[in-house]
Ligand binder design. Structure first.
Ligand code: ASP
Length: 341
């Protein structure tokens, strides 16, 4: 081995590696110290929650309810920014690329933080580039149609779809959104294709359903129930195991004769990877407190939103849950050929 300035290369290499380990240690310690200091003064300015779908939709409503409580608890304004498009992947990408300082938060759900990874060529990694803050309540889906659609129940809808394959238009919030996955699930079980119409969220899709521009949506209860209550659309079934306390007149898909149609969309909050853990703990504390607040629980319950179980509210629990959902669903989504096209 060649000697460098009289020193053997392996000795030099070990000195370099010790010096660099020391430097890394000093750097890590100083980053940690900065993180702790940042966590102590956090939040010192307004926080932004990026909702990756249109205003007034289910993700937006949930983010606004929680945002009000985070503001009250942490003492800084919480702004909601709707960054829409590509099934929510544009908004989530904005957060993945943001500074890891706790001032930019991603609101999302199973579609944006699990399914999109199997559907889109994302520029970010859902697990590596985002750190979980808290799992949020789940929402079953309702199969809803325009008021004058010629089907009085789920059985009649399935029969109509079979006789008219590909004719019914189904609103979605883009490929990979809950409404798209729910609609694909329904089409698959019915054995008849749907014609998907993508919107920037199911809030605008719902407007078109109410005005009769599209035929149906498999939508989150939170978005559909207010219109069902007003009688401006028809609810044929809920995709939960039991009827919703908030709308007990709607039969379950099991009762309506399509037992395979079971689906709940769980929600969550994430921050850019590398956000100091003290900040994540503060945010998680504010969210967990909000979820335990009886007024929040009641408000969410009227929209059919429930849970999550108390032991599933930590950042670690969301990380493990998201990982297990990715492992479970990516192969299913890929096998079902659910794509961005
Ligand atoms: N969460 C979406 C929204 O807020 C809808 C969806 O994923 O289906 O519009």
């Amino acid at each position: 081995m060649k000697a460098i300035f009289g020193m053997r290369a392996n000795v030099l290499a070990s000195i370099i590696s010790s010096v660099s380990a020391l430097a890394t240690g000093i750097l890590t310690a100083s980053v940690l110290a900065q993180g702790t200091a940042a966590a102590q003064t956090y939040p010192a300015r307004p926080i932004t929650i990026i909702v990756p779908f249109a205003a007034g939709g289910p993700t937006d409503v949930l983010a606004r309810v929680l945002g009000d409580h985070i503001r009250a608890d942490l003492g800084q304004p919480v702004l909601i920014e709707n960054v829409t498009g590509a099934g929510g992947s544009i908004g989530v990408g904005r957060v993945a690329a943001a500074a890891p300082d706790g001032y930019t938060i991603s609101a999302g759900h199973f579609g944006t933080h699990v399914a999109n990874g199997a559907i889109y060529p994302l520029k970010y990694d859902l697990e590596r580039d985002l750190d979980p803050v808290a799992r949020l309540p789940s929402n079953p889906m309702l199969v809803v149609t325009r008021r004058d659609f010629p089907a009085a129940n789920l059985g009649e809808l399935v029969a109509w779809l079979k006789v008219n394959p590909g004719k019914a238009t189904a609103g979605t919030a883009g490929a990979g959104s809950g409404a798209h996955i729910g609609g694909a699930f329904l089409a698959n079980l019915a054995g008849a294709p749907l014609q998907f119409v993508p919107y920037r969220g199911t809030a605008p899709a719902m407007q078109d359903l109410v005005s009769g521009q599209i035929d149906l949506i498999v939508d989150q209860a939170a978005n559909a129930l207010p219109q069902v209550r007003q009688g401006s659309i028809k609810a044929l079934a809920v995709t939960a195991a039991a009827r919703l306390a908030a709308a007990p007149q709607i039969p379950t898909a099991v009762e309506a004769g399509l037992p395979g149609l079971q689906m709940e969309l769980w929600n969550g909050l994430w921050v850019p990877h590398g956000t100091p853990s003290g900040i994540v703990v503060k945010l998680n504390g504010a969210v967990v407190k909000a979820l335990a607040d009886p007024a929040v629980r009641d408000r969410l319950a009227t929209l059919g939103l429930e849970g999550p179980p108390a032991d599933q509210r930590s950042p670690q629990a969301l990380r493990a849950f998201q990982k297990s959902e990715i492992e479970k669903w990516w192969p299913i989504i890929k096998a079902a050929h659910i794509t961005a096209e």
